[in-house]
Write a protein that binds this ligand. Structure first.
Ligand SMILES: Nc1ncnc2c1ncn2[C@@H]1O[C@H](COP(=O)(O)OP(=O)(O)OP(=O)(O)O)[C@@H](O)[C@H]1O
Length: 383
């Protein structure tokens, strides 16, 4: 059975008005164009996972993959509008995403991002996000908190910050408790539970409580702004990781999150590329006993930067597809490779991480060459 990725997050309708300038207070100006599109960080990342594990369907060949990575979306939409049926469902399904776990909240609206693009300011935008069902339908009730581990338990769980932070925390604590129980029963490595990828965008002010990370988050993907917002003030940070004194910002971030239990910390650097730090942190880490390794991978070459929206979501999707495939390979290998020396395992994991970063930077480079958000996310055969 192909590996399963479950994305738990937001679904939005993006309403985009393109204008020659932003209106002043009290002023009405006529937009030069308007369009709607499917959006939301959750839905974008689900679409990225779906597309980046499939070839683009064509009229003669609707699906070219026999057993591609399975992708599920968990989220909530409103019943007071037709946005899900008209906009989100068709796009998600055409990208290979199973939407049967998306709930409809009858007395709510689907989340909306009203986006104004100012053509005189080089396409700069202003965004007004109304969460709607992403909040009312994703409150931390037992059904939602159990969504991560609902059968069949996925290989990879992905979350972002556009649903209530209490829900994100509750889901992470449930996963952590479940994995701890499994480990106590002697289950190790991929048997102990899913890999959790957290992309805290937007970053919750003050970050998340420290206890959710160890066993709750295996992979943390942040851009530079989010990295800054997710760590405590320096004085407090240095109490947790005194050896980060005098280190660069990214080193501080990595040392801090490794210390509180995260195995992979990935900081995306926009046009500069990406930096990562990987460390041993138990069974889901590179390998028991492995020391830490870091690397910076430059951004992939771009013909012309057209629109960087959704570059981060494309990166996350590409990364998650690779994590799902690592697990598939590990499952297929069984006990093979377990007798490697620590040096051999480090070399193997470093190669795997570098290849994953190169693939994810290539995928996000294709996205920035195209106009739009969800529509600009490429399929696997377009990389
Ligand atoms: N101008 C660019 N040229 C090439 N690659 C880019 C460019 N901008 C972004 N990327 C790629 O996309 C990845 C993610 O970009 P970035 O760090 O801007 O994330 P982000 O802030 O989450 O993005 P966004 O919020 O715009 O979706 C980068 O690591 C890089 O590989």
């Amino acid at each position: 059975m192909a590996p399963l990725i479950r994305v738990i997050g937001s679904l939005n309708a993006d309403m985009v008005s393109v204008t020659p300038r932003f209106p002043d207070p009290g002023e009405t100006i006529t937009a030069s164009s308007y369009f709607t599109s499917a959006g939301g960080k959750g839905a974008n990342q689900a679409v990225a996972c779906g597309r980046l594990s499939r070839a683009k369907p064509t009229a003669t060949s609707p699906s070219t993959e026999k057993d591609p990575v399975r992708v599920e979306m968990v989220g909530a939409v409103g019943g007071l509008d037709g946005q899900f049926q008209a906009l989100l469902k068709p796009t998600l399904e055409k990208s290979g995403v199973d939407v049967s776990r998306v709930r409809t909240i009858h007395n709510a609206y689907t989340g909306v991002a009203v986006i104004i693009v100012d053509t005189s300011a080089g396409g700069e935008n202003r965004i007004f996000f109304s969460p709607g069902a992403n909040y009312t339908g994703m409150q931390p009730i037992p059904e939602i908190l159990g969504a991560g581990l609902a059968a069949p338990v996925p290989d990879v769980i992905v979350m972002q910050g556009e649903i209530p932070v209490e829900t994100v925390i509750g889901i992470l604590r449930n996963i952590k408790a479940w994995k701890e129980e499994n480990r106590a029963k002697g289950q190790k490595g991929i048997e102990a539970g899913p890999e959790v990828v957290l992309n805290p965008a937007p970053a919750p002010p003050g970050g998340l409580p420290d206890d959710v990370y160890d066993g709750g988050v295996d992979h943390l993907i942040l851009n530079e702004t989010e990295a800054e917002l997710m760590i405590p003030p320096t004085e407090q940070l240095l109490r947790t990781v005194p050896d980060a004194e005098g280190q660069s910002d990214r080193e501080k971030v990595a040392r801090y999150f490794h210390k509180i239990g995260v195995t992979y910390i990935i900081i995306t650097l926009g046009a500069k590329g990406v930096w990562y730090s990987a460390a041993d942190s138990g069974s889901s880490g590179p390998a028991d006993g492995v020391t830490r390794f870091t690397n910076e991978i430059p951004a992939s070459k771009v013909e012309k930067v057209v629109d960087t929206t959704a570059a981060g979501d494309t990166f996350v999707g590409a990364y998650c597809v690779e994590v799902a495939r690592w697990r598939e390979r590990r499952r297929a290998a069984g006990k093979a490779g377990q007798d490697l020396s620590i040096e051999e395992r480090v070399e193997r994991y470093q190669k795997m991480m570098d290849n994953t970063m190169k693939w994810a930077t290539k995928a996000s480079a294709r996205c920035v060459e195209r106009q739009g958000a969800m529509g600009s996310i490429p399929f696997e055969d377009e990389i």
